[in-house]
Design a protein around this ligand. Structure first.
Ligand code: ADP
Ligand code: G6P
Length: 465
């Protein structure tokens, strides 16, 4: 059997935990399949020290990591990846910083990854590259002679063609996708944007079986919605830390219904909009005020990117004003925690909550929505309020779907969720869980790798750069 080689910028020791859907999902997959995981070590070092690859065995997974110099980190990670691609792919042209210097750093780090990875590869390896940081990696690997099968999965949304076309050099970026054998997206909507872009901007020819031909090469593309490891999450929910968390939270809030939000502190997550909707709910429902509390956990993320610190201040000020206006001596409506919570405790918190607010303005998938469902007591489950703009909404249709920009509509959904009768909660939860169980992280991985095994690289040797 071929060895699986996973490549992503963020990598995590699969025996530990990290906030961020990519690292969580890949850790689950690799714990199961074994293989090599190549990525950034998380360290920023002097240019002269960048050369080493650090190798470490973590259970069945070999981790191989490179350091980045400060200049590369700033241009590649803060600059092009998180200052250009992240905002534009989340439909936020207003937040993009199209500094012409970033692209060179992006290419340099992709070249560095290709150079360092190549000697570690075996002829029958299957290579699976993840996310927007590494779009040109296959092209760089091919330029060095790599013949192995290479797949790419985009964890974040792909916007419609005219938004994508706002990126200077967008044609280069999308052309690089044709160096892969298979390109995977989270949703049918993202796949449709890809098809429309390559057909209109690159004049690609659409072939049967979800294949597109352009630049002298054929690429397969598909929608592969990512899931969670339900079994692992259920075990986590039954373990001591989660049970203690559940009991402590229930004791502390025995008179109240809890609402919960768990996110990285990111502008794509719609946190200020969520707070405004909760404020609207409190305002419109004075009789329910002191019986509802929102616990919002927002883990620090990308704090050196400007848009993120603006968001932090906006959120802090909103939470402060809601508590100031609506709180009482014995009750604060919002508990805002700007930290990462140990993964082992999360299921306890989810289970103790009557409602989850998962209301991103845009999200590739959103795994918190699925984790919340998996942690519920089937006899007395909570209600998922889910943004229609999360990839997960394509699958989780029995959630209370909301438009997060619509403050009043979201406030009305909060009320509905808090008052939903037990029978309806059970019915919705049961059908949602059918999907979460069936389309889990292993289903995602198996489907993608099966499609990659089928995908034939039809032309080789095209010059990619
Ligand atoms: P994203 O990948 O954009 O961060 P997802 O919802 O897909 O969003 O994945 C987030 C993952 O990180 C989930 O597994 C979630 O449990 C975890 N996570 C997010 N925020 C926190 C937090 N504050 N503390 C602990 N884990 C978190
Ligand atoms: C999202 C992205 C991942 C990223 C994660 C955490 O899930 O899709 O690629 O790893 O956020 O962000 P960070 O910048 O800390 O890696």
């Amino acid at each position: 059997m071929s060895r699986l080689v996973v490549v992503s910028n963020r990598i995590a020791d699969p025996r530990k935990t990290a906030a961020g859907g990519l690292a969580v999902a890949l850790a689950e997959v690799l714990n199961n399949t074994g293989g090599l995981w190549f990525g950034w070590s998380g360290r920023i070092v002097d240019q002269t020290e960048v050369d080493d690859v650090h190798v470490q065995q973590a259970g069945p997974v070999k981790l191989a990591m490179v350091d980045l110099s400060k200049a590369d980190h700033d241009a590649f990670y803060l600059g092009y990846s998180n200052g250009v691609l992240w905002p534009v792919f989340h439909y936020r042209l207003d937040l993009a910083d199209f500094d012409a210097g970033y692209i060179a750093g992006y290419r340099r780090v992709n070249q560095l990854f290709a150079r360092k990875l190549l000697p570690l590869l075996r002829p029958d390896d299957v290579i699976w590259v993840h996310d927007y940081h590494l779009i040109p990696l296959a092209a760089e690997l091919r330029a060095l002679g790599c013949q192995q099968r290479i797949g790419f999965f985009l964890h974040i949304p792909l916007p419609p063609p005219l938004i994508l076309a706002a990126i200077p050099g967008h044609d280069w970026l999308i052309r690089a996708l044709f160096a892969y054998d298979l390109v995977g997206f989270q949703s049918e909507a993202d796949l449709d944007h890809f098809a429309r872009y390559v057909e209109s901007e690159a004049h690609a020819q659409r072939l049967p079986d979800q294949r597109w031909r352009a630049f002298g090469r054929t690429v397969h593309a598909g929608a592969f919605p990512i899931g969670i490891d339900v079994q692992e999450f259920t075990e986590l929910a039954n373990a001591r830390e989660a049970v203690e968390m559940y009991e402590r939270t229930k004791r502390e809030y025995y008179r109240r219904k809890l609402l919960v939000g768990v996110d990285r502190l990111d502008y794509s997550k719609g946190l200020p909009q969520r707070m405004r909707a909760f404020r609207e709910f409190l305002d419109k429902n004075p009789d329910l005020r002191s019986s509802a509390t929102l616990i919002q956990i927002a883990s620090p993320s990308r704090e050196n990117v400007g848009a993120y610190s603006d968001l932090l201040h906006e959120l802090e000020s909103l939470c402060g004003s809601i508590n100031g206006n609506f709180g009482d001596l014995d009750w604060m409506p919002v508990r805002y925690i700007h930290r990462t919570v140990a993964r082992a405790r999360l299921p306890g918190l989810y289970k103790a909550s009557r409602v989850a607010l998962v209301t991103p303005l845009r999200d590739g998938m959103n795994l918190v929505a699925k984790e919340f469902l998996a942690a519920q007591d089937e006899e007395d489950p909570g209600v998922l309020v889910l943004s229609r703009f999360a990839g997960a909404a394509e699958q989780l249709k029995e959630a209370l779907l909301v438009n997060p920009y619509d403050t009043e509509g979201t406030a009305a959904a909060i009320l509905l969720a808090l008052q939903m009768p037990l029978e309806e909660r059970r019915e919705r939860h049961q059908s949602l869980m059918r999907n979460v169980r069936q389309q889990d992280v292993h289903w995602w991985c198996e489907r993608f790798l099966a499609a990659l095994a089928e995908a034939r690289a039809e032309e080789k040797g095209t010059s990619w750069l």
